[in-house]
Design a protein around this ligand. Structure first.
Ligand code: DX5
Ligand code: ZN
Length: 218
């Protein structure tokens, strides 16, 4: 089993103090910084884009895990890599037949690449691209907002994807995003996830370190 990594989502951070917020994550033991890019079209919310990623890059040495919830991500992936993204993940639902080419574009630009599926997309939709991914992201809420409830059917997808990943013989990370807390982290990890995104559970916790440690160790 791969190392468990905690990737706090800055969607729940104070956007007006982002430099300090990512420093706080680093000081409290986060493994990655999960950056939720939303365009108001692919999802019903708007967050930030290239400039924010570029500026965050100057405030942390943690890997930046950029989750693109945007239409036509193929137009922007190279610029996100240039801005400082270490991992770029793109939605199957935003790419469909261009998914493979978009993943290859991310790799060619020098970052790790990943495919994301929404709660209503089956694992079979991305099965053929699994071997070329560095990471697969399973959405356990419908993307757009933090603080939603974990959809339990996501656990079956994690199990199926962990099996597919094992079949490739490659070290591919399996990430989960949405509604994760120290309380349900153990079940989620047992189902096969090794990269755990958490927004509200980390930023709204009285003790950030305890929340991150809880997600990692529970
Ligand atoms: C949802 C985002 C998530 C979100 C998770 O669209 O992709 O990364 O920040 O937030 P929580 O952990 O609060 O569900
Ligand atoms: Zn996300």
């Amino acid at each position: 089993m791969q190392k468990i990594k905690v990737a706090p989502s800055i969607l729940s951070a104070d956007f007006a103090k982002m430099g300090e917020e990512v420093k706080r994550l680093e000081e409290n033991g986060a493994d990655l910084v999960h950056c939720d890019v939303m365009d108001g079209v692919f999802v019903n919310n708007i967050t930030f884009g290239l400039k924010m990623v570029e500026d965050i890059r100057k405030h942390t040495s943690l890997p930046l895990d950029c989750h693109l919830m945007i239409v036509e991500p193929e137009k922007y992936v190279e610029r996100f890599v240039k801005a400082g993204a270490d991992i770029v993940t793109v939605h199957y639902e935003a790419c469909k037949e261009t998914l493979k080419d978009t993943l290859l574009k991310i790799k060619a630009a020098g970052a790790k690449c990943g495919a994301v599926i929404n709660p209503d997309t089956p694992v079979s939709a991305i099965e053929d691209v699994v071997p070329l991914c560095d990471m697969i992201l399973v959405m356990s809420v419908f993307p757009g907002f933090g603080g939603q409830k974990f959809i339990p059917e996501s656990l079956d997808k994690l199990r199926a994807l962990r099996k597919l990943i094992e079949g490739t013989g490659k070290e591919i990370d399996l990430e989960i995003d949405g509604g994760v807390s120290p309380e349900n982290a153990a079940t989620i990890k047992a189902a096969g996830a090794n990269v755990i995104v958490a927004g509200s559970a980390v930023f709204k916790a009285a003790d950030m370190r305890a929340a991150i440690d809880g997600i990692r160790n529970n």
